[in-house]
Design a protein around this ligand. Structure first.
Ligand code: NDP
Ligand code: 2IT
Length: 451
């Protein structure tokens, strides 16, 4: 950065920090984008004059609401609900809903901000939003989850709609929760529209939506590896998480010929030196999605596998790492451990799983590294395809959806290369994704005037 750009960047960040005190995840996400796009803004002074980045970093609307519900013992519980509507400049607000005890305003705002650029990258007409609650679904009965979802939607419904804001799943929100949320939305509105995505197949859902984030991640990583004449074939892969994204990332990596040796949850990770196979995957799907069990049970079922309580999987020697659990799960020490273990490619399935220090380690080591907003965009892209199918009241085949997903991930990769290619020929995927997403959103804002 030259002196003038640095001055612009420093003043911008000082303002962000002053206006949003204590929101460290939000600061982190904004800082990364601002560092990538500041030189472009300085070269295009109208974007500076129109305060385009300043406007994107101030969500169009934030809704915070009380979610009261009753547990199975008849006790009243109170949670906090959020919907952060960051930008609707290129389409209706779109983004997931997260139910996790850690949810707060900072996390919602970072996710909505990231989503805005991610959705722009998908090439589909979707704005950016995120929502959720500090409700912890762990250990709750189906009836409790249903009552919570109904109470949550009883407030949220007035702020969303198929042309306004279309929520979907994220951590703690999968098919079950989308069902309860959709049922209550339909009841309150008395209409059947595609206002949520990730719906069940026989009530408006798209084929391949459950698989889309993990599969899309592997399609994107395939393109990254191809830039160095490599592929998944024969590679050892470390996956973190054991939820929706991790499951399908692991399945696709395995089917592309890789040996997937780890899965994790917030209690620890399992290491299976023999790698996952179709039978073991089927067990994981059942364990996590039907019995809602913990990943340590894998090691009890398959004794060649070992469980490491309280640890993250980054010390495991590997060629490729696919972090698919949560934000800031790879710190500097984790990144160094990955490099020491031979890792050549980190493709993010989660949103912002690497700390800034970890990203620096990857970039200094010259390995392939892609940020979540590029490599995990297959989920929301397929949500966009679900919206299209709902609009024309049609269902596409799995093959049709997969072909779209392939093309979209490949287009996102091409955009990253176009905007992120360095003079030495390597691709800076952070810069590429941030710049490509920003330019699309910024140009639309310029076209639409000061709103
Ligand atoms: P799930 O709830 O299905 O799974 C989350 C997994 O991550 C679980 O194994 C969970 O373990 C683990 N996890 C969650 N929080 C933590 C934590 N604080 N520390 C350690 N482990 C944790 O969520 P998804 O798979 O849908 O989401 C995973 C990531 O992917 C998130 O970052 C999400 O934002 C991102 N993402 C999701 C998309 C989607 O379509 N679902 C699309 C794009 C990105 P435990 O059970 O112990 O909580
Ligand atoms: O982070 C994400 O992109 C998601 N959780 C998916 C959002 C969506 O609208 O499908």
């Amino acid at each position: 950065m030259d002196k003038f750009t640095q001055k612009y960047f420093d003043a911008f960040m000082a303002d962000i920090i002053a206006r949003n005190p204590g929101e460290k995840e939000f600061h982190q996400a904004v800082r990364e984008v601002a560092a990538s796009v500041a030189p472009y803004i300085v070269e295009h002074p109208h974007l500076m004059d129109l305060k385009v980045l300043e406007r994107i970093a101030e969500p169009e609307r934030i809704i915070i609401f009380r979610v009261p519900w009753m547990d199975d013992n008849g006790e009243v519980r109170v949670n906090r609900g959020f919907r952060v509507q960051c930008s609707s400049v290129i389409g209706p607000y779109k983004g997931g809903i997260r139910f996790h005890a850690s949810v707060n305003l900072s996390i919602m705002k970072f996710l909505a901000f990231e989503q805005t650029f991610k959705n722009a990258l998908t090439t589909l007409p979707m704005g950016g939003a995120k929502g959720g609650s500090d409700f912890n679904p762990r250990g709750k009965s189906d009836a409790e989850v249903m009552r919570f979802c109904q109470s949550f939607m009883t407030e949220l419904f007035r702020h969303i709609g198929q042309d306004t804001d279309v929520p979907a799943g994220d951590i703690g929100v999968g098919g079950r929760e989308i069902g309860y949320l959709f049922g209550q939305y339909r009841r309150l509105r008395d209409e059947f529209t595609g206002t949520l995505t990730g719906k069940g197949l026989n009530w408006g859902g798209s084929r391949l939506r459950p698989e889309a984030t993990g599969y899309g991640l592997c399609y994107f990583a395939t393109e990254m590896l191809a830039t160095r004449g490599q592929s998944f074939e024969g590679k050892t892969v470390v996956v973190s998480g054991a939820g929706n994204v991790a499951q399908y990332a692991a399945q696709k990596a395995m089917r592309l010929g890789a040996k997937v040796v780890t899965l994790s949850d917030s209690d620890g990770y399992i290491y299976d030196p023999d790698g996952l196979d179709e039978d073991k995957m089927a067990y994981v799907f059942e364990l996590k999605n039907i019995y809602r069990g913990r990943i340590k049970e894998y090691a009890a079922k398959y004794p060649t596998a070992k469980y490491f309580p309280g640890e993250k999987p980054w010390k495991t020697p590997c060629d490729i790492a696919l972090p698919c659990a949560t934000q800031n799960e790879i710190d500097e020490a984790g990144a160094r451990a990955l490099i020491a273990g031979g890792c050549q490619c980190v493709a993010e399935g989660a949103n912002m799983p690497s700390t800034p220090e970890a990203i620096q380690v990857f970039q200094d080591a010259g390995i392939l590294y892609s940020p979540g907003k590029a490599s995990n965009a297959g989920g929301v892209a397929t949500s966009g395809l679900e919206m299209s199918q709902n609009s024309v009241r049609q269902h596409w085949t799995r093959e049709e959806v997969d072909a779209h997903l392939h093309r979209i991930m490949s287009d996102i990769h091409a955009a990253c290369v176009k905007y992120g290619k360095e003079p030495d020929g390597t691709v800076n995927y952070v810069k590429g994704a941030n710049l490509a997403g920003f330019i699309k959103v910024a140009d639309a804002m310029v076209d639409q005037g000061l709103v």
